[in-house]
Ligand binder design. Structure first.
Ligand SMILES: Nc1ncnc2c1ncn2[C@@H]1O[C@H](COP(=O)(O)OP(=O)(O)OP(=O)(O)O)[C@@H](O)[C@H]1O
Length: 474
């Protein structure tokens, strides 16, 4: 099996730092020996967000300040209140192009957790006429209820000093049937937005900006592509279209260019896509039946902040929840079978740190921003195609991107147990040019050390560059 996977055949004792080569020495070791005695000291080297933002290699790097970008004062005040000191690379590069006139379309790619949301939210706010607070002027589409609500929250927070700003979420159950949409900014899912337009509860005639977040997923013909196309066909022809994602596979890019004609483009090569702060590991499980015990052992051994466990199906999410609870672990499961309000409560509890372990499916793989997440588990390797024949590198990247947000560090652990899962993970590693660190279920001391080395670091803690959108006390 090893020859199949040069990328994931690292010796078991490879140091953790190798996976996060430019972790800037978050943890360093000094060893001294004498008469066979080995004294080992571990110390933390503090890496601040400002250091990362001055590192030309970092996606958080920028030369300018938000003030220099020429945004209206109330918007700048919102950024100040959020403690956003400097823009990230994508914010610095994309914003001037998006806010200039005449408006031009944009296709923008940047690594997970690098501030794409603020980039498009700032553009939206700069285009809204606040004298017409109930007239819809900007529509932001996202693939899940949770992401649409999160975007609604970001618009509200950044726009807190914009007088008369009204933002609504167009997700099932949120818009009153009597009044319809009465907001200048609407963040929603394509199905609900389509229903509202059809029922004439959403006046789209004055919309100026259409944002599609997670655009590769949203435009994919296998997914939400048809719905987005239908929504777009009902909007003003002159609307400015902004497409954002961390991933844009070639075939979707071609389609995106048709969807957003003459767009400015900011693209990355797939080797540039991984986030350096995420230490990517894999657990070599002897067989499928032992995956569950290994999962419990991981949680039994370590103190982990918040973590997300990704599984393939709703049924396995429920099953793992049931078993973990029976074994004394406090966990929750969130997936598409739950009713909307219940999903909102479950995610809110996770955000505030009331629950620390969230078992979920791909429904939460994209966009969800909870800064206290220090570990992501791929209990099942993400697969795509008929009969799950091929690995799904995009979903892998989005899933692990739930940790390591905006300069923080985190760990991802992918479970492999047979030839198929092993090969799939090797192909994903090959695609991104990453070296995965092997964890062995036969050496728990070492597993614990490798994982804890990362998640005990200051950059994994929730108080590292606190995120004002999080109310987590974790
Ligand atoms: N300029 C900034 N300074 C400090 N923090 C920032 C800045 N811009 C964004 N952030 C914070 O960074 C975190 C990640 O941002 P965001 O959710 O927009 O990432 P993203 O690029 O959309 O990621 P994903 O690809 O996973 O959707 C958020 O908590 C946000 O508040």
């Amino acid at each position: 099996m090893a020859d199949l996977a040069s990328r994931i055949s690292k010796p078991a004792d490879a140091p953790v730092e190798e996976a996060s080569a430019s972790n800037h020495g978050t943890s360093a070791q000094a060893a001294e020996g004498g008469n066979g005695g080995l004294i080992e000291t571990t110390y933390d080297v503090e890496v601040k967000l400002s250091d990362l933002q001055n590192d030309t290699e970092s996606p958080l790097y920028s030369v300018s300040s938000f003030e220099e970008l020429g945004l209206p004062k109330p918007i700048n005040d919102g950024l100040l209140a959020m403690n956003f000191k400097k823009p990230s690379k994508i914010q610095e590069k994309a914003l001037p192009l998006m806010i200039s006139n005449p408006p031009r379309n944009m296709i923008a790619q940047s690594q997970s957790g690098t501030g794409k949301t603020a980039a498009f939210v700032l553009t939206v706010l700069s285009r809204v006429d606040f004298t017409k607070p109930t007239q819809p002027q900007a529509l932001l589409l996202a693939p899940s209820r949770e992401l649409a609500r999160q975007i609604q929250g970001v618009v509200q927070t950044i726009g807190q000093f914009c007088e008369n700003l009204i933002v609504e979420a167009a997700v099932p159950g949120a818009i009153s049937r009597e009044t319809g949409v009465r907001a200048s900014v609407v963040a929603g899912t394509p199905g609900t937005v389509m229903d509202l337009i059809r029922r004439r509860q959403f006046d789209v005639t004055q919309l100026k900006v259409l944002v599609i977040d997670e655009a590769d997923n949203m435009l994919d013909q296998q997914g939400l592509g048809d719905q987005c196309l239908r929504v777009k066909s009902l909007l003003p022809k002159t609307i400015q279209i902004l497409l954002f994602s961390a991933t844009f596979p070639d075939k979707v890019m071609t389609y995106a260019q048709k969807f957003a004609p003459n767009a400015n483009e900011i693209k990355l090569r797939h080797q540039e896509l991984t986030v350096k702060g995420i230490s990517q590991m894999y657990m070599d499980c002897p067989d499928e039946s032992q995956k569950y015990d290994i999962l419990c052992k991981l949680y039994g051994l370590m103190t982990i902040g918040s973590s997300v466990i990704f599984v393939k199906t709703r049924e396995s999410a429920n099953e793992i929840q049931r078993r973990m609870e029976a074994d004394g672990h406090k966990v929750s499961a969130l997936h598409g079978a739950h009713e909307g309000q219940n999903r909102d409560t479950l995610l809110d509890e996770f955000r505030t740190g009331k629950t620390k372990v969230l078992i979920t499916t791909n429904v939460l793989a994209r966009g969800i921003d909870v800064s206290s997440v220090s570990m992501v588990i791929n209990y099942d390797i993400p697969m795509k195609g008929f009969g799950d024949r091929e690995p799904d590198p995009e979903t892998y990247l989005h899933r692990i991107g739930r940790t390591g947000r905006f300069g923080r560090v985190g760990v991802s652990i992918s479970f492999v147990y047979d030839r198929k899962s092993f090969e799939a993970l090797s192909q994903i590693a090959e695609f991104y040019g990453i070296d995965l660190i092997q964890l062995s279920p036969d050496n728990w001391d070492e597993t614990e050390r490798k994982v804890q080395d990362v998640i005990k670091s200051s950059r994994a803690r929730p108080d590292y560059a606190p995120n004002p959108l999080d109310t987590s006390k974790a």
